[in-house]
Design a protein around this ligand. Structure first.
Ligand SMILES: Cc1cc2nc3c(=O)[nH]c(=O)nc-3n(C[C@H](O)[C@H](O)[C@H](O)COP(=O)(O)OP(=O)(O)OC[C@H]3O[C@@H](n4cnc5c(N)ncnc54)[C@H](O)[C@@H]3O)c2cc1C
Length: 489
């Protein structure tokens, strides 16, 4: 009870602080990482330029990253999303959109759709983040042009002296700065490619991992979720695949609803997520039951070109405005748990998922349970930014979910995967970042990014997360970090 009251008071205090300068708490999504900071609201670019000259600073978008990449103690925090950098303009001749640092993904999508009948090439499954915060961490959807930062054609940031620097695609440093996880900041404006709004054939199927290749035949984009406590040899999956409408005939037949226990199954599934949330130890028996029922389902929908979230919820309108359904339950773990993600080579994804299932199952007697799904989003193409997950080869994004108190187990699972799959790359807003990623990201590339950083910020005022500093092998802990305060270094 005391905990609930404390949380309620904390949420009210956080809400009251929005839009105001001064001391306040900055919290990552799910509140695992937090710090007290001096918040500064950049009302315009001139003021922002002055503020960054005042001492150590960092930039925060909507503070929705899970891994605390935005949480930097003892510095002035530029609250970019709350500021007045709201530029938003579209050029029909080039089909490019210019967007400022205070604009959210939702605002950008609405502007493009309602005023210009255009959309983004891809996006994550949530829209409240700042566009620049999302792009800076490598936020992705799935399918073609999966990593959002791949659409950037131009960006403008302020250097340490508060001067504007603009880089265009093709400039030598552009591919580094286009996805630089807070090491080049503040980015004040981006110019992005857009695409026409169009319908897709969306197929959601509940089946088995062994059927994956067959089920996604003919599709251009695939996102599958594995139920981690079903049969590890051939787990139950939910596949969501998109195909171009003119390819309708080449999309293979999908499983028909099956099972004598059809009505019982529907009843069980409807209640599954209520159980799952409050009784984690029931996850395994519930998923074993689903496995045993051997459910097969399939749904085909033509998406509405105007639908902002068709990638994650193919039915017209926004998922958030609809009552829960089975599929929505499956894909909504992100709102109730800690989410850790990383990328593995696309062809390794099924084996990595099975490995995680075995590892997680072996931790069950210690009280650890993954949440309802392991999500896999396929990134088949290559992206331009050097630090994009799929900059050198097609990759799969693996998302793990657990109750917030269990987040450290997810870090252990990440480390276990990295031990066997050295090409594992980080999600800069969701992985446990650290020196172990140096090889996969390439030491030379990280050094080059730091060289660009030092060239633009010779004053040393721009600060970035301790874990990023460890990954880039630069600097000592900041004052305010326990290691320094304890005299450890
Ligand atoms: C519910 C939910 C769903 C999500 N879904 C997805 C998903 O589907 N796919 C996916 O890939 N990710 C997803 N994410 C992760 C999320 O998209 C990223 O973590 C993103 O960074 C959050 O944007 P933000 O504005 O909150 O940035 P913050 O978390 O505030 O900041 C992230 C980084 O960007 C830097 N930054 C912010 N603004 C600027 C600026 N103006 N200039 C320079 N640097 C800046 C910060 O310094 C920090 O390093 C999800 C997160 C949540 C909470």
């Amino acid at each position: 009870m005391i905990g609930i009251i404390r949380r309620y008071r904390q949420q009210r205090a956080d809400a009251r602080a929005i839009g105001k300068d001064g001391k306040r708490w900055v919290r990552s999504w799910i509140n695992i990482f937090r710090t007290e900071c001096e918040a500064c609201i950049p009302q315009n670019e001139t003021l922002l330029g002055e503020l960054i000259g005042e001492g150590h600073y960092c930039c925060i978008g909507q503070s929705h990253s899970y891994n605390g990449v935005q949480v930097i103690p003892s510095v002035n925090a530029m609250m970019m999303r709350e500021g007045g950098l709201t530029a938003l303009s579209y050029d029909p001749a080039t089909e490019l959109v210019r967007v400022g640092a205070s604009v959210s993904v939702r605002e950008l999508k609405l502007f493009l759709r309602d005023k210009h009948c255009r959309g983004l090439h891809n996006s994550g499954n949530y829209m409240e983040q700042s566009v620049i915060g999302a792009l800076a961490t490598g936020t992705h959807g799935y399918g073609p042009r999966g990593v959002m930062a791949d659409s950037i054609v131009e960006l403008t940031f302020l250097d340490g002296a508060g001067q504007r620097v603009t880089l265009k695609r093709g400039d030598p440093d552009f591919a580094y700065v286009a996805l630089s996880f807070g090491t080049i900041a503040p980015i004040v404006e981006l110019v992005l490619e857009t695409k026409p709004l169009q319908p897709y054939i969306s197929i959601s199927s509940m089946s088995r991992l062994s059927k994956l290749d067959e089920l996604k035949q003919g599709s251009i984009a695939a996102n599958w979720a594995v139920m981690p406590y079903t049969d590890p040899e051939d787990p139950v999956i939910m596949l969501h695949a998109l195909a171009e409408c003119h390819e309708a005939d080449s999309v293979v037949a999908h499983p028909k609803p099956k099972g004598g226990g059809g009505r019982i199954a529907a009843w069980v599934l409807r209640r599954y997520y209520a159980f799952d949330r409050f009784l984690p130890s029931f996850r395994r028996p519930m998923q074993r039951l689903i496995d045993w029922l051997d459910l097969k389902q399939s749904e085909r929908v033509i998406t509405d070109p105007d639908d902002l979230d068709y990638l994650y919820d193919p039915k017209p309108g926004l998922k958030e405005n609809r009552a829960p359904s089975i599929t929505r339950g499956l894909f909504s773990t992100t709102y109730t748990g800690y989410n850790l993600a990383f990328f593995v080579p696309l062809e390794k994804a099924p084996a990595v998922v099975r490995f995680i299932m075995h590892e997680a199952d072996a931790l069950r007697d210690l009280g650890f349970f993954l949440k309802g799904i392991i999500s896999v989003r396929e990134l088949p193409g290559l992206a331009g930014p050097i630090f994009a997950a799929n900059s050198t080869r097609p990759m799969a994004a693996i998302d793990l979910f657990a109750d917030p108190r269990d987040y450290a187990w997810l870090e252990r699972l990440q480390r276990s995967v990295m031990q066997y799959e050295p090409d594992t790359r980080p999600h800069f807003g969701k992985s446990a970042l650290g020196p172990d990623f140096c090889n996969a990201l390439c030491r030379t590339h990280l050094d080059e990014l730091m060289r660009i950083h030092r060239r633009h910020y010779p004053q040393g005022n721009l600060m970035f997360s301790e874990r990023v500093r460890a990954m880039c092998d630069v600097g000592r802990p900041l004052p305010g970090v326990a290691a320094v305060d304890a005299g450890l270094v």
